[in-house]
Design a binder for this molecule. Structure first.
Ligand SMILES: [Ca+2]
Length: 490
């Protein structure tokens, strides 16, 4: 339905005046995008100072979105051979709309959202129009995979269409976790997201998710920004270094932008096709300003395979740390607990003392309290044991060559499996031998209770040696019994 002449004039006046306001109120994020981090050169970002002392370090600030994998749930011209036609608002022409817009498959794919951004020759992603059914509550989602965890400072969307009246930004802290809200933008926060509009978080809740109406104005018709500065209006960002909640809040591996509701002039209620075809989403650039998250232990990130830009992105870890985000100590460097590097303490991982007999240790807080060293070596080699592989394991003794040798104590004749430093096992009563594997002289009947005494008279024994045998004693008893019977009968 055509609008009246008066309506057109009022409409054009509103657009021109809001455009002027918009130009005057250009976002200032370019002035200080690193807030609260100062701009650092490579030497300042280094993980060691001039004296070689470990210090907190960070990878360079970058656009983490650039050329990363991205998906959209709707794109114009995708339903081949369907052609998406759209109209554009035109404030300078008498007829407000030009409806010669055509989008074929491939014309405005989502890959144009984070390609090289050239202001002079912009490429952009575009959705279908309200005429095609893209209308609240049906949303359009843009999902961006950063490749690894980043400390995100800002997210910027540069629109090539009207900005949405409502949009939400979600994030994931790792590729497997659930999506959590990052920021809402809406002209009506409460109705749309059930969140009150608020500009600043309380100190007690540094990770509170805010909703802002800052970018929900209908103007400009094109070229408007939506910018989310993750640390802005969060007073605790001055102590970012010590604030684990805030550090967790800014960390993201994936970003999802949900385009919830079009900003409109209200003319869609007439369901006039040219009006409906002016409402679509078009974004020429999605930027994510941030640093590769390395917990203060790396000054650069690289892909695992230098020849494959889509292979796993990883921190080049320093300070004896390892992991995709330098989130743990190297296997043999767990003498102190792993920690995020701060300005006060680089939390450099310290080597365990395993006497060269282990390649791995774990941090044990009880051991640290007892000895001042928390590294407990595991899988000690050479039959050694102990927190530092400093002694022979149970059932072994150290021989003259410093090697741990098995005691091999006889299970029947020994009190336990451990022998003394010279290899002598501890024998049960009446048992003898290094390994406690036989009865001592003048003892017999080797068993788990030890050996019984023979009580042989040494001078009366054969070769003056006190030795007996169970069978000999039995024969002797039989001989005595027979003689006694013979004496009684005869
Ligand atoms: Ca682009």
């Amino acid at each position: 339905m055509p609008l009246s002449i008066n309506c057109v004039l009022i409409y054009q006046l509103i657009i021109v005046s809001t455009l002027v306001v918009n130009i005057l109120c250009q976002p200032s994020y370019y002035n200080d995008p690193l807030n609260p981090f100062p701009s650092l050169n490579a030497a300042q970002r280094s993980c060691y100072d001039e004296q070689g002392k470990a210090r907190r370090c960070v990878p360079p600030f970058e656009n983490a979105a650039y050329l990363r994998p991205v998906e959209a749930t709707n794109t114009c011209g995708e339903k081949y051979p369907y052609l998406t036609t759209y109209c554009e608002n035109n404030i300078s022409a008498d007829d407000m709309r030009t409806c010669d817009g055509k989008c074929r498959r491939g014309d405005h794919t989502v890959q144009y959202i984070n390609d090289f951004h050239d202001n002079a020759a912009q490429s952009w992603w575009q959705s279908e129009t309200m005429y095609d059914g893209i209308e609240y509550p049906k949303t359009v989602n843009i999902t961006l995979h950063l490749g690894k965890s980043y400390d995100v400072t800002y997210i910027r969307l540069l629109f090539n269409s009207l900005r949405p009246e409502s949009l939400a930004i979600y994030k994931r802290e790792d590729e497997k976790s659930d999506w959590t809200p990052f920021q809402y933008f809406s002209g009506n926060c409460l109705d749309t997201f059930n969140v009150s509009e608020s500009r600043e978080v309380p100190d007690s809740q540094p990770d509170k998710v805010l909703c802002s109406k800052e970018f929900s104005d209908i103007s400009p018709l094109s070229g408007g920004n939506v910018i989310f500065s993750t640390l802005e209006n969060r007073p605790s960002n001055k102590r970012y270094d010590q604030n684990a909640e805030l550090q967790k809040f800014v960390a993201a591996t994936d970003i999802k932008v949900v385009l919830v509701r079009h900003g409109t002039f209200g003319d869609e209620i007439f369901r006039d096709p040219p009006a409906l075809k002016t409402y679509y989403y078009a974004i020429s650039d999605l930027s994510v300003g941030g640093r590769c998250k390395c917990n203060g232990h790396a000054d650069e990130c690289k892909t695992q395979d230098p020849n494959d830009p889509y292979s796993q992105l990883m921190c080049v870890c320093q300070h004896n740390t390892t992991g995709i985000n330098c989130e743990k100590c190297l296997p043999l460097y767990n003498d102190q607990e792993w920690g995020v590097a701060t300005f006060e303490d680089a939390h450099e991982c310290q080597p365990c003392n395993c006497n060269g007999r282990a390649i791995e240790c774990v941090f044990d807080p009880e051991l640290l309290a007892e000895t001042g060293n928390g590294g407990r070596c595991i899988n000690c080699t050479g039959n050694t044991a102990g927190p530092n592989c400093e002694r022979c394991q149970e059932g072994y003794y150290e021989n003259n060559f410093g090697r741990c040798v098995a005691c091999n104590c006889d299970k029947t004749g020994s009190v336990n499996t451990q022998c003394s430093r010279d290899g002598q096992c501890i024998c049960r009563p009446g048992v003898a031998g290094d390994k406690c594997d036989r009865c001592a002289d003048n003892y017999y009947d080797f068993s788990a209770q030890g050996c019984k005494p023979c009580d042989c008279n040494v001078p009366g024994s054969l070769n003056n040696t006190a030795q007996c045998h169970p069978i000999i004693i039995d024969l002797l008893l039989l001989y005595i019994l027979i003689n006694l019977l013979h004496f009684l009968i005869c």
